[in-house]
Design a protein around this ligand. Structure first.
Ligand code: PMP
Length: 333
């Protein structure tokens, strides 16, 4: 009997592409995992699969039950598509500051989407607390009917990246990799990949590229948890240390302004064909910084987290860019 693959077979095993301009500018090989090619359009499909497989293994979700999650959007899209493929309902709580395109994409999946005002994590109305409470209410009415995925503090997220994303990078580079850089939202990618690569090569450098407005880079550098500034990137940065971020083996950390990262992502589209979102620009900026520190001849890996069309009305909108003081590329004028 032939066994065919199911939906989740499309998640992971993304190409590792060479970023030509970043490589030429630094004399290093700058490579990136093309996560925008994943079925749900982002690196968060991996997280969704890791969390859901773990919940199923541990009997935390029952057939026909509900997946409940608080998300900036991408994890929700991954969970909803996986949920559809496995017969679960999906309920997503999301801050109303996220891109229209992500909200629309989520609604198209059939997920129930609840938009809530963006407030600090310590406020009980923060989207993560609302999602947790909602799962609690569903379980109070019908015990065992809902599972709260909890991507920020459920370390099945980091574990999946440690078991899969990191080893993929090691194999695709045949172990010739000197550094790994990315931003952190939950921290799952950074911690998981960082741990997997350092276990194979303890000399490898792991770096955090943190958007302005996030507290993480300063926390790594000084131990103070304070956020300053702002960024148009979505899904990255944090004002607290999540369980997934806590064990990330970070050697270097930089705060990256939009004026540095957004022109890089415009050039990636115009000159190399990669249409990617704001977090990818931050990651490439971080990869260039690490390459400059290590010097020519090194190989640095980063992540192209999601596609640019998900942010078309912001990242490729001249009026929006001008309003943020970010250079407008000539072909958009
Ligand atoms: N980029 C984008 C576009 C994201 O949505 C996220 C996750 N919210 C990340 C990067 C960060 O990934 P992680 O949660 O693994 O830190």
């Amino acid at each position: 009997m032939t066994t065919h693959a199911t939906f989740s077979a499309g998640i992971g095993h993304t190409p590792l592409v060479r970023l030509r301009q970043a490589s030429e500018a630094t004399g290093c090989e700058i490579l990136a995992k093309a996560e925008f090619l994943s079925p749900g359009g982002s690196v968060k499909d991996r997280t969704a699969l890791g969390l859901l497989d773990d919940a199923e293994r541990r009997g935390l979700i029952r057939p026909g039950g509900s997946i409940v999650e608080g998300t900036a959007g991408n994890t929700g899209i991954g969970l909803a598509l996986l949920g559809n493929s496995r017969g679960y309902r999906t309920v997503i709580v999301m801050p109303d500051t996220q891109s229209r395109e992500k909200i629309d994409a989520l609604r198209v999946t059939g997920a129930e989407v609840r938009l809530v005002p963006a407030v600090p994590f310590k406020d009980p109305k923060h989207y993560v607390h609302i999602a947790r409470a909602l799962a609690g209410e569903l379980n109070a009415t019908s015990p065992g009917s809902a599972w709260f995925a909890n991507q920020f503090d459920n370390t099945a997220n980091r574990d999946w990246h440690e078991a899969h994303t990191g080893p993929e990078i090691w194999e695709q580079t045949s172990g010739n990799v000197d550094g790994f850089v990315c931003a952190a939202g939950t921290g799952g990618t950074l911690a998981g990949v960082g741990r997997a690569l350092k276990a194979r090569n303890p000399a490898l450098r792991v770096a955090l590229a943190d958007p302005a407005g996030s507290a993480l880079a300063r926390f790594i550098n000084t131990g103070e948890l304070v956020a300053e500034g702002s960024s148009i990137s979505e899904g990255i940065g944090s004002s607290r240390i999540t369980a997934n971020f806590a064990d990330a083996p970070v050697d270097r950390a930089w705060s990256i302004e939009d004026t540095e990262s957004v022109p890089l992502l415009h050039a990636l589209l115009r000159d190399e064909g990669y249409c990617v979102g704001g977090s990818s620009g931050v990651n490439v900026a971080g990869a260039i910084r690490l390459a400059r520190e290590l010097g020519p001849g090194h190989t640095i890996v980063t992540v192209l987290c999601d596609g640019g069309m998900r942010y078309q009305a912001k990242l490729f909108n001249p009026d929006f860019l001008r309003g943020k003081g970010i250079p407008v590329p000539d072909w958009l004028v």
